[in-house]
Design a protein around this ligand. Structure first.
Ligand code: AMP
Length: 253
């Protein structure tokens, strides 16, 4: 049976009751779980005594009000996925529980968070880092699992954990894709049928093009509104809109 806790204090009590010597694998999410999230849960289950999942649609990381309003919520199905994967506890807080200070205090980074998604989504990574710091302090994980799908997020969280001497391991998990290559995302359900047909082009374009410029050109010709295609070290990053839905992806090059 998966326990559902809504208060940070209750989570801390639960954690103490289990005994601090037990390892805890933690998977933070915004819910609307799919098989990408499930991969993180399975990995956490294999590597730890206890597994905690959090579900919190974090308003401070949304720079676009309609994206937040339209974010899918599927708690009953999420609970069923948690049960199926032997998750011990779901932390499912309300806003006031996470932001008793109404976001007066925040965590920010001032270099890597200003490029790629950071350049197009003002304040996004402050919101991400702040909520992840809060969740780590509430859950005290031994290991926390993050998807390479959000590669910039993963790098920034790793950097935060190192900078603040946090006593936990950040574990990266490879991007889970649909058969046609589209990276699984909670936002994919918002694509129309024809947009869904076109969406896998984003992965094909960044994987098969000779350069970032060529990939951008292909996507623009395909009708995507491209925020960026950028190569950094050995990775290619993309963000592009199909209609109102913003998709991101990245591959090793
Ligand atoms: P989200 O609920 O979208 O905030 O994602 C929660 C966690 O799941 C993050 O660490 C994501 O990177 C990860 N995740 C989301 N989609 C995928 C995917 N397709 N493959 C692997 N991890 C994913």
């Amino acid at each position: 049976m998966t326990l559902v806790l809504r208060k940070s204090q209750d989570f801390k009590i639960w954690r103490k009751q289990q005994g601090q010597s037990k390892t805890l694998g933690f998977v933070p999410t915004m819910g609307a779980l799919h098989s990408g999230h499930e991969e993180l849960l399975k990995r956490a289950r294999r590597e730890n005594d206890l597994v905690a999942l959090s579900i919190f649609v974090n308003p401070t990381q949304f720079n676009n009000a309609s994206d937040l309003d339209k974010y899918p919520m599927t708690f009953e199905a999420d609970l069923a996925m948690a049960e199926k994967n032997n998750v011990d506890v779901i932390f499912f807080p309300e806003y006031i529980e996470m932001y008793p200070d109404n976001y007066r205090y925040k965590v920010s980074e001032n270099a890597y968070s200003n490029i790629l998604d950071g350049a197009h989504r003002p304040g996004h990574f402050d919101g991400v880092l702040s909520v992840v710091m809060k969740l780590f302090n509430i859950t005290s994980p031994s290991r926390a699992y993050f998807g390479e799908k959000d590669y910039q997020q993963l790098s920034l969280i790793k950097g935060m954990a190192e900078s603040f001497f946090m006593d936990l391991e950040i574990i990266p998990v490879a991007t889970v894709r649909e058969e046609d290559g589209l990276a699984k995302s909670s936002r994919n359900v918002r694509l129309s049928e024809s947009e869904r047909q076109k969406a896998p082009h984003i992965f094909k374009a960044i994987k098969n093009s000779e350069s970032a410029e060529e990939a951008a050109k292909i996507l623009i010709e395909d009708g995507f509104k491209v925020d960026y295609v950028t190569d950094i070290e050995n990775r290619r990053f993309v963000a592009a809109y199909l209609g109102e839905v913003r998709l991101i992806d990245n591959v090793e090059i």
